[in-house]
Design a protein around this ligand. Sequence first.
Ligand code: CDP
Ligand code: CDP
Length: 227
Amino acid sequence: MAQPVIAIDGPAASGKSTVAGLLAARLGVPYINTGNMYRAITRYALDSGTDLDTRCTDKIFTPLLNTLQLEYRKNISGTYKLYVNGVPEDNRLRSPEVAAYSSRVAALPAVRNWLKARQRGFAALGLIVMEGRDIGTVIFPDAAFKFFLTATPEERARRRLVQAGETFDGATLESVARDIADRDRLDSTRAIAPLKPAADAETVDTTKMTIDETVDYLAGRINDGRS
Ligand code: CDP
Ligand code: CDP
């Protein structure tokens, strides 16, 4: 039986979070951003003084994860917000340093296993929109709807460059494109749950699409699938 999940996967700055949030609001269902969970673990490791250039290993992360609690709490507006050891996440998760290290942290089996059980638990909420890299392939292989959002590397770099606080000071289109390409490569070539479209996902190239057009398109496909 299909799992009650709308899976939205894709590479960096393809529009996953924006589109997933708006789609969920339109459908009146919860939205869970799984990239933030990897970013929260990365932030926590950095804040704990871990040198992620030399100590990004399962052995270092296993005890760290034992002291970490990640929880999504529903707020007054009905949206779900990530709490890290009881504190609401903030824009420190979006820093370029966290983004850069997150792909290395996300390649660790200990981290992926720790998150897998937690992420699967969200199916208990009923229909949800869940966004990430491996939702349609690994977390919910039987998701009712699977979309893989893409855009050209140039367009994704342009989108990320104009997002306040998400790039290093003095960043240029070239440097952002390089950072994104590094992350694409790490995410697509890792041994566990690599970034790739599920065989039964619909790939949507958003290069020339606005956010609203993309949300309209996905909502239309979901309505078609339900009727
Ligand atoms: O927003 P952006 O696409 O740049 O990144 P994100 O969704 O916040 O994810 C940050 C990193 O977490 C990615 O580069 C992946 O390495 C990892 N990730 C993952 O491995 N699996 C997921 N389901 C979500 C994120
Ligand atoms: O979650 P992901 O990294 O895939 O992308 P995002 O953070 O949702 O979107 C990256 C940026 O691109 C945001 O500033 C969006 O507003 C923008 N965007 C856009 O300009 N056109 C689209 N079709 C999709 C996103």
